[in-house]
Design a protein around this ligand. Structure first.
Ligand code: PLP
Length: 368
């Protein structure tokens, strides 16, 4: 029997909520509600309530959210912003694209920024810290906020992978000046194309983003408040995301069940490091279930050959891509984990039998 266990399965997910999605589609299409209508407003209100902030502003992508946040903070040429060495490239690109310099810092065993290494990266030019909450698990925001306070730095949270996770009961995306969200289809709240948002408690930042996403225009008065961008979240996407957001709490419960199943089936393998941490202040929403396998590519190739779709983000760290012209200050943990990372299938569509199949393949790899 040939297997094909998908990393994420958008088509199967659609079948789970097809009635709601189809009804919304027909409603939006029949009314022609395409740009900046009630569905966008509703989604923004519900997202802000979920994250625990006063405002949410829908944008085109997670990248736009990062970019908009840095602009709102007034970060630009001559400024430095601290960012982890292990993250998706967009975190650093947003910094470069406002004219500032990303200063990379190594990560720790939980894939997030190593707070013990932040201070040595701070210079008189440092203006901000872009913390990334990777894979569904928050960076230590208590430490990050302490450092930000001490050095008067702006904090932008790249929370694109961690919607719903929290530390000390305070959600990711509600700590810094902004929380940045991506609704790329493979994210925990995935749309049917690109999408993003910022969450914030700062009315000035919310207003800035609301104008700048629409070419700087105040939609009420028609006044342009600056040279802006075109990066408004589509009303139709917002309507779909609003439906999915209602399912998110139960979907997070399901993700934790799957993670627990992997743990029960794999925890005894010495060469495999699983993403379970014992900090009781933080919880994991398992956007990704990233294991570290000592056997690197042998491990990931074996899974692929046995019908298990996996991701190995990232075998080549982004600062090693020459065209990006980034400074490699030496990041031993990032280097080590980049050879070993492997994301196992994690999605709410997967069945227990399929999870058990993946566990079986992993066990066979280590038994041979
Ligand atoms: C997905 C992601 C982004 C970018 O989001 P897009 O919507 O694809 O622009 C940024 N940072 C992290 C950590 C991400 O996972």
């Amino acid at each position: 029997m040939s297997h094909n266990i998908r990393l994420v399965n958008p088509a199967r997910n659609y079948q789970m909520i097809k009635e709601e999605i189809d009804a919304t589609y027909f409603e939006v299409m029949s009314k022609g509600d395409l740009i900046d209508r009630g569905q966008l407003k509703s989604f923004e209100e519900n997202l802000a309530a979920f994250v625990g902030t006063k405002y949410a502003v829908g944008l085109n992508s997670g990248y736009d959210a990062l970019h908009m946040s840095l602009r709102a903070a007034g970060i630009g040429p001559g400024d430095e912003v601290i960012v982890p060495a292990h993250t998706f490239v967009a975190s650093a690109s947003a910094i470069v694209n406002v004219g500032a310099k990303p200063v990379l810092v190594d990560v720790g065993k939980n894939f997030n920024i190593d707070c013990d290494r932040i201070e040595e990266a701070i210079t008189p030019r440092t203006r901000g810290i872009m913390t990334v909450h990777l894979n569904g698990y928050m960076a230590d925001m208590v430490r990050v906020m302490e450092l930000a306070e001490k050095y008067k730095l702006v904090v932008v949270e790249d929370a694109c992978q961690s919607l719903g996770s929290q530390m000390l009961e305070k959600k990711a995306g509600s700590w810094g000046l902004t929380g940045c969200w991506s609704f790329y289809p493979f994210k925990i709240l995935g749309g049917y194309g690109d999408g993003g948002a910022i969450t914030t408690n700062d009315p000035e930042v919310a207003l800035f983003a609301t104008r700048m996403r629409y070419n700087g225009e105040d939609r009420q008065t028609g006044e342009y408040h600056g040279h802006g961008f075109t990066c408004l979240l589509d009303n139709l996407q917002a309507a779909f995301l609003d439906i999915k957001l209602r399912h998110l709490p139960s979907w997070i419960v399901r993700r934790r069940e799957i993670a627990a199943r992997y743990r029960a089936g794999l925890a005894d393998i010495p060469d495999l490091l699983l993403p379970h941490y014992d900090d009781t202040r933080r919880d994991h929403v398992y956007q990704n279930y990233v294991v570290r396998a000592k056997q690197g590519n042998d491990f990931s190739e074996y899974l692929k050959a046995n019908g298990v779709e996996i991701l190995t983000q990232f075998r080549k760290p982004y600062y090693r891509h020459e065209a990006l012209k980034l400074e490699d200050r030496g990041f031993p943990e990032t280097e080590a984990l980049s050879r070993e990372v492997c994301s196992l299938p994690m999605n709410v569509e997967i069945t227990d039998q399929e999870v058990d199949y993946v566990i079986g393949v992993v066990r066979r790899f280590y038994e041979k």
